[in-house]
Design a protein around this ligand. Sequence first.
Ligand code: SF4
Length: 385
Amino acid sequence: MGIRSIFDGGEMRTEFEKIGIDSKFIPIIWKHLHLHLNLNLNLNLNLNGEGEWERHVPSLPSSAYQFLRSNFPNPLSSSLHSVFHSADNLTTKLLIKLHNGAFVEAVIMRYDTRLGKYGGKPRPGGLRATLCISSQVGCKMGCKFCATGSMGFKNNLSSGEIVEQLVHASTFAQIRNVVFMGMGEPLNNYSAVVQAVRIMTGSPFQLSFKRITISTVGIIHSIKRLHNDLPGLNLAVSLHAPAQDIRCQIMPAARAFPLEKLMDSLQEYQTKSLHKILIEYIMLDGVNDEEQHARQLGKLLQTFQVVVNLIPFNSIGILSEFKPSSEQKVSKFRKILRGSYNIRTTVRKQMGEGISGACGQLVVNLPDKSLGNQDPLTDIEDLVI
Ligand code: SF4
């Protein structure tokens, strides 16, 4: 049997069908497990003993118990290896060990929306937690500014292994948003990611589509499918340069995805989804941060509904040829996009400093004070809805 995780929805359905069990029992199993795992913070629930599955998940057909006992003595295929909390307690990094011994990171970021204002009024809400999750071990894309890119590609996560990151994180915080911005290019593991999002938006997790964001370097053929498969989802694109030659210099995989065709696919996506697209742009000194680049980017995006997120490059822990742009350059870049092209532009605050919260693409934005504090503390949900 090829099931790695009890949260591998498609495989579970296939196995249940084979042995004649109604697949309606699958979300019921997940619901009980989620509940018990949340009560047991170590997630070391062992259901190997006689009657343990019956005790934890009542009212299943007897063939289901037989199946669960022989396939899942431990309900989770992954385990929490270590947990790091930032000094301000806003960020928690989870190092998760997969069944094959590989590690992935998931990062919980907490926000208090009441700290900011929106449209001149106090921002409603309260504490929120966003989970940044991984979709692959390593990554094929090889972006030159990214620690994961330097690892090369190891393997794809199954849908259940992706969902298990949410299960682990839920024992630390009530997760409201999920962003696929951890290790890996999510659209290179398309079917597992689509399946994982469907599980996360169903019972028992019930996350809203509009609170899930997939970030991609721009895998054109997958962007074309995404709206049909996951309508209502948020899309973020790691553009990082306004011209194909610069993209190829810093993101070798961009050679396979010409900028013009990528922009066409985004136009098509936006026409169908009617959603804003988040454009991520890492600021690299002397590479993509000059005035001419800001103007090129403004022209490229002026027909789109986008939010641009400028990301100060953090070279710590990465062997890199690049240097971060100065604050003045970031500020000027932002001013051009906003002033000349009327594009909403934010500057990302790095969270998790001190705990290597280097999930390359964490999405938190702070106002650029030098520009008069136009934007409040923002998380991705506020950017793209
Ligand atoms: S930035 Fe994203 S796509 Fe690029 S190498 Fe890193 S993980 Fe892969």
